[in-house]
Design a binder for this molecule. Structure first.
Ligand code: TXA
Ligand code: MG
Length: 317
């Protein structure tokens, strides 16, 4: 049995320095003891992840936040108090408790308090935080079910703590405070800029991707399905590629065409949260559908729609 809801077993494996997949409200994580550098190195190896790409540290208590950071800016503290536990990751200056392998040499550590009942109970049983990236192979689609994790990593890990479908469905938003004490978004995700603005009083700037991105989740090609994916007007793209077997991922309505072998709707009622919840799951289905090409459309650029569009653009080429 490779997956189940045995929190005690997951805790025992983690205490023994093993890597365990855990559910969160965003996506599944591939977790290890953040105070055990050797256990953490295993995460990079299993995921085939470059060592320059740092990991998020998952905590459960404010006491643990103090232990792993050097200082907590009052504005970041206020933001954390508002959105934790939840889909928000915050960069803080790290303390010596955090090994540089986790932060890829950076003096900042990315921290998040996840909001999933099983993972909260798991963290309650541990006296260490959990370093965890998303539980997919590097550059591939993030997992939102235990089955997705087993499909990509089943041979390499001993246990997946199965917490059902991830409720949010896209990764956490990552923020940091810049040198002018302004909050910036490094990765769009489950908490929107508009929501953060309610605390900061201004809309945080979204930092553009650079050659050497600060959050490599911002690398242009990321979250990619195994099949090529094109974005644009669905009707036009289907006509243009009608000589191929097509899978279509549409927001709320789709079209009929003999070339379409599978068709997926993100949210019939045009609800952006429902669309986020379904996004990676439908991308997994589309890549396994036998289609040669996946065609999708962008969603309205508001709220969590921005994070969805960000993932679609990175998945497309
Ligand atoms: O929702 C999430 O954030 C999920 C769940 C499992 O918590 N985790 C996740 O981890 O998406 P991952 O490793 O797939 O993406 C984490 C992103 C990466 O782009 C990484 O570069 C960035 O966070 N990151 C981590 N630590 C950082 C640091 N110290 N400085 C800058 N970026 C950091
Ligand atoms: Mg990831």
């Amino acid at each position: 049995m490779k997956s189940g809801n045995n929190i005690l077993l997951a805790a025992e494996l983690l205490k023994a320095g093993k890597v365990v997949a855990i559910p969160t409200e965003t996506v599944y994580g591939l977790a290890a003891n953040a105070f055990d550098a050797e256990a953490v190195i295993n995460i990079f190896e299993i995921k085939n992840r470059p060592k320059f790409n740092p990991l998020i540290v998952h905590i459960q208590s404010w006491k643990m936040l103090e232990r792993i950071t050097q200082e907590i800016h009052p504005i970041l503290k206020k933001i954390a108090e508002n959105f934790w536990p939840g889909p928000l990751t915050i960069l803080f200056p790290k303390s010596d408790a955090i090994h540089p392998v986790i932060t890829a040499g950076s003096t900042n550590v990315a921290v998040r308090m996840p909001n999933h009942i099983l993972t909260k109970s798991l963290l309650d049983q541990l006296d260490f935080p959990l370093a965890a990236p998303s539980a997919n192979l590097f550059g591939k689609i993030s997992p939102t079910t235990a089955a997705h994790v087993l499909e990509q990593l089943g041979d390499q890990i001993e246990y997946v703590l199965d917490g059902g479908e991830c409720s949010i469905g896209v990764e956490s938003t990552i923020i940091k405070m810049n040198m002018y004490e302004k909050v910036e978004i490094l990765r769009l995700g489950g908490i929107t800029g508009e929501e953060i603005a309610l605390i900061t009083g201004y809309l945080p700037k979204i930092i553009n991707e650079t050659e050497k991105p600060e959050a490599p989740g911002m690398l242009a090609s990321h979250y990619a399905p195994n099949k090529p994916m094109l974005l644009g007007n669905i009707t036009q793209l289907v006509e243009r590629y009608s000589n191929k077997k097509l899978a279509v991922i549409a927001f709320a309505t789709t079209i009929d065409h003999p070339s379409i072998i599978s068709s997926y709707i993100l949210s019939e009622k045009q609800d952006l949260h429902e669309a986020a919840h379904n996004l990676f799951s439908l991308m997994h289905k589309a890549e396994n559908s036998g289609a040669d090409l996946i065609i999708a459309e962008l969603l309205p650029e508001i709220g969590i729609g921005r994070a969805i569009n960000d993932r679609l653009k990175r998945a497309a080429f």
